[in-house]
Ligand binder design. Structure first.
Ligand SMILES: Cc1cc2nc3c(=O)[nH]c(=O)nc-3n(C[C@H](O)[C@H](O)[C@H](O)COP(=O)(O)OP(=O)(O)OC[C@H]3O[C@@H](n4cnc5c(N)ncnc54)[C@H](O)[C@@H]3O)c2cc1C
Length: 453
């Protein structure tokens, strides 16, 4: 297996770093399966604590697929503590918050203007241009964040990544003897067994780690598919709250900038639009130019004919699922391998990054500070609790709010829209009540928990 990289190379197998090999029979303290953003953040945390980590990734480089892009709430101070926040901010850009709108309406000149704003959620003051850590939405496409986190992990000098290398199965798994993982070189189909004290399954929603451990993935799949597109659009005006949801009984939509949406310039946006639940067309039929442009007519403001350039397109299914445990023996699950939810509210990757922080801290305490390994059960319980009590219900309601309420009566009918119609009128107590779960329930502070342990 020669697609490996040492600490100083970047994440493309074309850029040197060849020659390092998978660990020999003596093994590696930590084996992370999956070099996605969550696996890479876990590797970075452990590497900077001086713990040697081997990461295996089945793809030839980190994934470029269009997915998450916004980071807010408790992950910002964590990234700052880890010295990553400024790096991400430098590559990315900040926006002030988000809003909910009715569909665009005719401008009387043959074009359309943005639909009436139903409610908005500021994440910083409207006149804030500094965005202290914890304020505003930090934006960077997931693919770029992934590369940045991998570079940071490799830079610790304790992390190795092996691309084109996949986990096939878990052969042995016990507290005393650690884990034996069967891995395969994707290019040559050569298999070998790797010994590790702890295996971290960061291998996404279809996790081979989770399946090898015999763990089911209970929950449900929503009936409709989402059509995700990256599209270049000319920014006609500054709407303050760039990320916006468009309410609709069927084709509800989220639009969010992927580049700084400077007025007058053409920049990249993500438009994700729901297909009808009973639409029987194939995935390919849903993402034809014709179908996408028809959907855009309904949700993109601007002069007609629309001047847009579609750069990427995909359909995907959405789910709410949680594994029955995030620890089995010396194998741990993080991120999408353990839980998945719909993307409304950006509770997917952000939650995975918070898992990575908690698991990284727990493993540092067990490996470097002699805490008992039962701390890893606390990790599993607490992160599952976060999903059950916070991520699952909040993401579910975020989604339902987009299509189960009429846009015309949304403020009248729904307490949340009524409150957020003008958040400047909310009392300090009301604001605190709304933000408390995000500030207090989302992150897991392993050190604070260990005090009562
Ligand atoms: C279209 C879309 C839009 C989204 N939008 C948002 C959003 O706006 N906000 C948000 O917070 N979340 C969003 N999400 C969810 C978010 O993308 C996921 O929560 C996130 O990718 C989880 O990261 P992860 O590292 O756990 O898994 P992944 O990103 O899936 O990474 C897993 C890695 O493991 C590798 N791998 C898999 N199997 C193996 C194996 N057997 N051996 C070795 N390697 C393996 C994969 O190749 C991959 O690189 C979105 C998801 C989708 C699909």
């Amino acid at each position: 297996m020669n697609n490996s990289q040492g600490p100083t190379s970047d994440n493309s197998p074309d850029h040197g770093g060849h020659g390092s090999h998978l660990p020999d029979e003596t093994g590696t303290p930590i084996l992370i399966v999956g070099a996605g953003a969550v696996g890479c953040l876990t590797a970075f945390k452990l590497g900077r604590a001086g713990i040697d980590v081997t990461v295996i990734e089945c793809l030839p480089a980190t994934s470029d697929s269009p997915r998450a892009c916004g980071y807010y709430g408790p992950i910002q101070p964590i990234l700052n503590e880890l010295g990553l926040y400024e790096l991400i901010r430098k590559e990315g850009f900040m926006t002030k918050g988000l809003c909910w709108r009715k569909k665009p309406k005719d401008d009387g000149k043959g074009g359309k203007v943005l639909g009436e704003m139903i409610a908005f959620q500021p994440l910083s003051a409207p006149d804030d241009t500094t965005y202290d850590v914890g304020n505003g939405l930090l934006n960077l496409p997931q693919a770029d964040l992934n590369k940045l986190l991998l570079r940071a992990a490799l830079g610790t000098g304790h992390v190795q990544v092996h691309f084109n290398t996949e986990l096939v199965s878990i052969l042995g798994n016990s507290d005393e003897n650690g884990v034996i993982a069967r891995v395969r070189d994707v290019a040559t189909a050569t298999e070998r067994d790797l010994r590790t004290r702890y295996l971290v399954g960061a291998d996404g929603a279809r996790s081979v780690t989770r399946k090898s451990l015999g763990l089911p993935f209970p929950g449900h799949t929503w009936p409709e598919r989402l059509i995700a597109t990256n599209v270049v659009i000319k920014n006609e005006l500054d709407p303050t709250w760039h990320t916006h949801y468009v309410l609709d009984r069927v084709h509800y939509t989220i639009a969010t900038p992927l580049e700084d949406p400077v007025v007058g310039e053409s920049t990249l946006w993500r438009y994700t639009i729901a297909a009808a639940p009973d639409d029987t067309r194939t995935d390919d039929e849903l993402i034809t130019d014709e179908n996408i442009l028809r959907r855009y007519e309904d949700v993109i403001a601007g002069p007609r004919p629309l001047q847009v350039r579609i750069q990427a397109r995909a359909t995907y299914r959405i789910h709410q699922r949680l594994a029955p445990t995030m620890r089995r023996g010396n194998c741990l699950l993080v991120g999408d391998a353990a839980h998945i939810n719909n993307p409304f509210g950006a509770l997917g990757l952000n939650t995975g990054l918070l898992d990575a922080e908690a698991l990284g801290e727990a493993l540092i305490m067990v490996l470097n500070e002699n805490y008992p390994s039962s701390l890893l059960d606390v990790y599993s319980d607490e992160r599952r609790k976060v999903f059950q009590m916070f991520v699952d219900p909040v993401s579910t309601q975020n989604k339902l709010r987009l299509h189960s309420i009429d846009a015309d009566t949304a403020v009248e009918d729904d307490w949340y829209f009524r409150l957020m119609k003008d958040p400047s009128k909310l009392s300090h107590k009301q604001l605190e009540e709304l933000s408390r779960p995000f500030n207090e329930s989302w992150r897991t502070d392993m050190r604070a928990l260990a005090k009562s342990f």
